[in-house]
Design a protein around this ligand. Structure first.
Ligand SMILES: *Cc1c(COP(=O)(O)O)cnc(C)c1O
Length: 361
C-alpha cells in the first residue's frame, strides 16, 4: 500500500485513522453481526450512530439549543434551491458573489424570485473579498447569502457582513470544522461534507428553528422542505447511513485532537508554510489578495501555462496528487483540509522549491 498526499478540492483526503477504524468495523459494527451498510436506518445501532454524530457535532461547533442539525442528501447544489424554496417568503434575497459557488447559488435562486447582488468581486476574477462597510441590504430581502470559503478561487470571508437583522445564510462546505465559528450569527450554516468532513453524499444543514416553517414556496416537494427533515430527525426517508457513520468517526477524531480551536492552529501553520514560500518565490505566486486568503484552498500560478502543466505533471509523479487548478482559474490549487497532514504541505513546499531551482536562471 502506498498512500499519496492528496490535495484534491473534493472529494478529498480523509484522516487515515478514520479509514482504519472503518476498515476494522467493515464486516461487523460492534456486536451487531453486520456492517453499518447493511443495517436498517430504523435500527437501534444506526439511531445511536446518528444521535452520537449530531451530539458530537453540537459539541464541536457549540451549536445553540434553538438550532436544528439536519443530515440531508442532494449535495451543495440542492441547497442552492432548497434555501430559496424554504426562505424566500417575499420572493426576494440578497446575494454576495465572491466566486463560482456563490454565483451558482444566486443563479439558482433566480428561478424562485428576485436576486439582488449587493456585492461582487467578479471584476477581478474573484481574487478578493469586497469591502462590506457600506453594504446596502435590501429592505424586502428574506435573507442575505454568502459562500464563506470559495473553494475554486481560494478566498475566505473573515468579517461577516452586517445583514441589518436579516438571516445570514452561509455555505461553509470547504471550511466546515476548520476553525471555531459563532453559529448564533447565522440563520443557516451549511455544507456538503465531501470537502472537509467525510465521503460525498451528506449535506449538513444547521438552521435556526425560527426559519423552519410550513410557509414555503408553493410546489416545494416534501423532500425539499427543511420542516420534513427537522420533524423526523433526518429520518423521514432512508438517509445516507454509511456516510453519516464516517462523518461521525471524523467528529470523534476532531474531538480527540482538541476540537476546532486546535484544528485552526494546525490549519494556520499548514497554510502559512505554503503562503510564506509563495510570497518569497520568484517562480510561483498566489492569486488572492493577502487579507482574503483561504486557509483551506490555495490557488497559485507560475505565469506560464506550459510551466504550470509541467509542474502538475512532475508533482503527480512525486506523489503530490490533484494539484491542478480548477478549469476556470487555471494554474494550481492545493487544498489543505483538516485531514491533510503537515508532512504533506512540507513535501509540497520542498518539491516546489526544487522545481523553482531547476526552472529559474
Ligand atoms: C463543492 C461545493 C459545492 C457543491 O457541492 P455539490 O455537493 O457538488 O453539489 C457548493 N459549495 C461549495 C463551497 C463547494 O465547495
Amino acid at each position: 500500500m502506498s498512500r499519496v498526499f492528496n490535495f484534491s478540492a473534493g472529494p478529498a483526503v480523509l484522516p487515515e485513522e478514520v479509514l482504519r477504524t472503518a476498515q476494522a468495523e467493515m464486516l461487523e459494527y460492534g456486536d451487531s453481526g453486520m456492517s453499518v451498510m447493511e443495517m436498517s436506518h430504523r435500527s437501534k445501532d444506526f439511531e445511536e450512530i446518528l444521535f452520537t454524530a449530531e451530539k458530537d457535532l453540537r459539541t464541536l461547533m457549540n451549536i445553540p439549543e434553538n438550532y436544528r442539525v439536519l443530515f440531508l442528501q442532494g449535495g451543495g447544489c440542492t441547497q442552492f434551491a432548497m434555501i430559496p424554496m424554504n426562505l424566500m417568503k417575499h420572493k426576494s434575497a440578497d446575494y454576495i458573489i465572491t466566486g463560482q459557488w456563490s454565483k451558482k447559488a444566486a443563479q439558482e435562486a433566480k428561478i424562485f424570485g428576485n436576486v439582488n447582488v449587493i456585492a461582487s468581486s467578479e471584476d477581478r476574477n474573484f481574487a478578493y473579498v469586497p469591502d462590506f462597510s457600506g453594504l446596502k441590504v435590501s429592505p424586502e430581502a428574506d435573507y442575505v447569502y454568502i459562500c464563506q470559503n470559495e473553494t475554486v478561487h481560494g478566498t475566505t470571508i473573515r468579517t461577516l457582513p452586517d445583514t441589518h437583522g436579516k438571516p445570514l445564510v452561509a455555505d461553509v462546505s470547504s471550511m466546515f470544522l476548520s476553525e471555531p465559528v459563532d453559529v448564533s450569527r447565522y440563520g443557516v450554516i451549511w455544507g456538503g461534507v465531501q470537502k472537509n468532513i467525510g465521503p460525498a453524499g451528506v449535506t449538513i444543514v444547521i438552521i435556526c428553528e425560527d426559519l423552519i416553517t410550513d410557509d414555503v414556496l408553493p410546489f416545494t416537494p416534501t423532500m425539499l422542505k427543511y420542516k420534513t427533515h427537522s420533524d423526523n430527525n433526518s429520518l423521514y426517508n432512508t438517509p445516507p447511513c454509511y456516510n453519516i457513520y464516517i462523518c461521525g468517526l471524523v467528529f470523534k477524531w476532531l474531538l480527540k485532537l482538541g476540537g476546532t480551536e486546535a484544528m485552526h492552529k494546525i490549519n494556520m501553520e499548514k497554510a502559512n508554510l505554503l503562503y510564506d514560500y509563495l510570497d518569497g518565490s520568484k517562480l510561483f505566486h498566489g492569486t488572492v489578495d493577502k487579507k482574503d486568503r483561504s486557509l483551506m484552498n490555495v490557488p497559485f500560478v507560475t505565469g506560464s501555462k506550459e510551466l504550470d502543466a509541467e509542474f502538475v505533471k512532475e508533482a503527480e509523479k512525486a506523489g503530490l496528487r490533484n494539484i491542478k487548478g480548477h478549469r476556470s482559474v487555471g494554474g494550481m490549487r492545493a487544498s489543505l483540509y483538516n485531514a491533510m497532514p503537515i508532512e504533506g504541505v512540507k513535501a509540497l513546499v520542498k518539491f516546489m522549491a526544487g522545481f523553482e531551482e531547476t526552472h529559474t536562471c
